[in-house]
Design a protein around this ligand. Structure first.
Ligand code: ADP
Ligand code: ZN
Ligand code: ZN
Length: 666
């Protein structure tokens, strides 16, 4: 008698770490890993992914159920894709079913047919626009990466804004396309895809597949299948595009590699940058990480000679570096956060018909509504946070849980009518600027003003064709955009970044200052950057402005080394939350006890302590931090711990999640 064939499958959205076993159908001997199946699960049926077959099971065979049916004739994922996903599930200690589902667009997860209806017209990949003549740094970067085609190497393209990194990418892409291989290009933000897409379209005649979360299910499925089938050669997308199967992969490019948007901050918390490097390693292809402000991790990897450094120290063409100045705003009267000096510079810039970019990282009208009569403050009942005033929508809104109330004019505590809007948000700044410069067009770019489809494109057009004079916005503006006529950039409030408890904050602030500065004077005109601060002698600011980002990064790395912080150690953060106040702490305390019992390698276990925002969306939140200088030792403990955590009494009563290499300790 032949032994029955057993199928080991991953099931999405099921928080289990192991594979599920089913019986193969008759004549199912040749089913291959990488296909989708439908399987009975509880009272329903689910789409599952076949990962392995076997003739043996740890379970009694007669208890196994047969699958319902086979969806795909041929595997959608190749062996190398499965290998990567398996590595990722292990590294992030995340349930394999959820990792697998991240690799598929929603339509395929739901079991829809894996066929593309409309194929894009393909033309030969000739060069459309003429390419520029490269400078020495660019040519060196191109030559070095080109020598490494067909082997794994990580390159850090470390080029100031406007130094011509994109030009380097495009020439490398061209070579890979000529070799009939595929290229994966990742950017941190959806808003950065249109401009890169345009530049690619002007350069290459090949079809460009786009993948990010604002597309429809059908669009995403099509992009996925175009790449997976090898029909299309160039994929441009955000973090979620990372797992798209690419049978002829030749090169991975990740732009703005320092950006924390590459780290998924909920659910399956992977770092697209780190996984991209592993993907390059498995596929044996070069990975190019580009940034004007490289992360400390990547710079440290350069120091360790794991990554190759490709510096582009100068702006391309004739563009000059911007002039950066600090404005001391202590004891100054500010008008809606604007100092006299800044207002004068704005006026002078407008007179020259040049554009201005003002940066304020706070949405809404004002962050606090307070009663002058009794001191009452509008708080969110579900979070440890104030409600933010949104005048345009006539709302009070919590930025952490989304709770909304009508904007009130009477104090609910003392019934007086003396409610004051305290502080400054982008809406208020917009209003004030419109009053101060009535004949000028002011536009505001933040998550509220760009939420409608097409809104951001409209704004970008208005900036590019010169209709907009003053552009104000949040960090949405800080990234990668190229505005040739902007010559004045100002950060209204640098100080909020100087006093965070998170050790990443110095690095993030320095990156922000340099990135925002990079938005000014990108072509022939001299750019000016003004930083308003009440800490004009703060070492970070002084050092950054005097010595530049590279020197800043060096001394910041030295500080991290002395404190044993990443990248000199490795961290994982276990978070727990519950509606019941004491459960998360009790749970994490028992996890900590369990971990201490298992801990042969002396992994540091810190906590449990309340999360920086101890209550959010009605949930009480605690966290437990693990840290060790040896990555393998940390992961050995985590593996054991995760395997045993379900034996704890409270494991099913609280919600918990593990964040490996956290970038945000919130
Ligand atoms: P980055 O991506 O580093 O910000 P870009 O590639 O966008 O820089 O280049 C900035 C500007 O300089 C673009 O307008 C680009 O066309 C131009 N440029 C790039 N390389 C050169 C070069 N070698 N000589 C002259 N101009 C260049
Ligand atoms: Zn009151
Ligand atoms: Zn809230």
């Amino acid at each position: 008698m032949t032994k029955p064939k057993i199928l080991k499958v991953a099931i999405p959205a099921v928080p289990f770490f192991q594979l599920f076993e089913y019986l193969a159908p008759e004549n199912g001997e040749n089913l291959q890993a990488g296909i989708r199946l439908e399987v009975p699960f509880g009272k329903t049926s689910k789409v599952a992914f076949l990962l392995a077959t076997s003739s043996e099971s740890d379970f009694p065979i007669e208890k196994l159920k047969p699958i319902t049916h086979v969806i795909d004739d041929a595997p959608l994922l190749a062996e190398i894709d499965l290998k990567l996903l398996d590595w990722v599930a292990n590294y992030y200690h995340h349930p394999i079913g959820e990792v697998m589902s991240a690799a598929f667009p929603a339509a395929l997860r739901q079991g829809k047919d894996a066929v593309i209806k409309k194929l894009p017209k393909q033309s030969e990949t000739d060069i459309k626009t003429t390419q520029l003549i490269c400078n020495e740094g660019q040519q060196n970067a191109i030559d070095t990466v080109t020598k490494s085609f067909n082997e794994f190497n990580v390159f850090l393209l470390d080029g100031v804004t406007g130094s011509g990194k994109t030009e380097v990418y495009m020439q490398l892409i061209q070579t890979v396309l000529n070799r009939r291989q595929q290229v994966l290009v990742l950017v941190p933000e959806i808003t950065l895809t249109p401009q890169l897409q345009q530049r690619f379209q002007a350069r290459f005649s090949t079809h460009i597949a786009i993948s990010h979360s604002k597309l429809t299910d059908l669009q995403r499925k099509n992009a996925w299948l175009l790449m997976q089938s090898g029909v299309c050669s160039l994929l441009l997308g955000t973090r979620s595009a990372l797992f798209t199967p690419l049978p002829n992969l030749g090169l991975i490019i990740l732009d703005e590699e320092h950006d924390s948007s590459f780290k998924q901050q909920e659910g399956f918390r992977f770092s697209a940058r780190d996984v991209a490097v592993m993907r390059g390693k498995l596929a044996n292809v070069p990975v190019v990480l580009g940034s004007a402000t490289p992360s400390l991790e990547s710079l440290y990897n350069v120091f360790l000679e794991r990554y190759q450094h490709l510096p582009l120290p100068e702006r391309a063409g004739n563009a000059l570096p911007p002039l950066v100045q600090i404005i001391d705003i202590r004891q100054q009267k500010l008008q809606a956060g604007l100092s006299l000096k800044l207002l004068e510079t704005i006026t002078a810039t407008l007179e020259k018909n040049e554009q201005i970019l003002l940066f304020l990282n706070r949405r809404g009208f004002a962050p606090t509504l307070i009663c002058d009569g009794c001191g009452w403050v509008a708080r969110c009942v579900h979070c440890d946070a104030n409600l933010v005033i949104h005048r345009n929508k006539n709302l009070l809104r919590c930025h952490h849980c989304g709770t909304e109330h009508r904007l009130i004019s009477t104090c609910p505590a003392c019934h007086c009518r003396d409610l004051t809007s305290l502080g400054l948000g982008t809406e208020r700044l917009e209003l004030v600027l419109t009053h101060l410069f009535p004949e000028k067009k002011v536009i505001r770019l933040d998550r509220d003003s760009t939420s409608k489809k097409g809104a951001l494109d409209d704004f970008l057009t208005q900036i590019h064709n010169g209709d907009a004079h003053i552009i104000l916005g949040t960090q949405l503006l800080a990234k990668g955009h190229h505005f040739p006529n902007v010559t004045l950039v100002a950060i209204l409030d640098v100080d909020s970044g100087l006093f965070s408890t998170d050790f990443h904050s110095g690095e993030k602030l320095a990156q922000l200052i340099v990135q925002v500065s990079g938005r000014s004077g990108r072509e022939q005109k001299q750019g000016n950057v003004l930083l308003q601060t009440r800490q004009p002698t703060h070492p970070l600011l002084i050092e950054l402005l005097r010595d530049g980002y590279a020197k800043f990064a060096e001394s910041e790395l030295r500080l991290r080394e002395m404190a044993f912080l990443p990248p000199f150690s490795y961290q994982a953060l276990l978070r727990a939350h519950s509606e019941k106040e004491d459960l998360p702490q009790i749970f994490l305390q028992s996890v900590a006890d369990l971990a201490r019992n298992l801990n042969l390698q002396n992994v540091q276990i810190l906590g449990a302590i309340p999360a920086p925002m101890a209550r959010r969306a009605g949930q009480y939140r605690f966290q437990l931090l693990f840290q060790h200088e040896n990555r393998a030792a940390l992961h050995r403990l985590l593996r054991e711990l995760i395997a045993q955590i379900s034996t704890l009494k409270l494991a099913t009563k609280v919600r918990w999640s593990l964040d490996v290499d956290p970038v945000d300790l919130f």
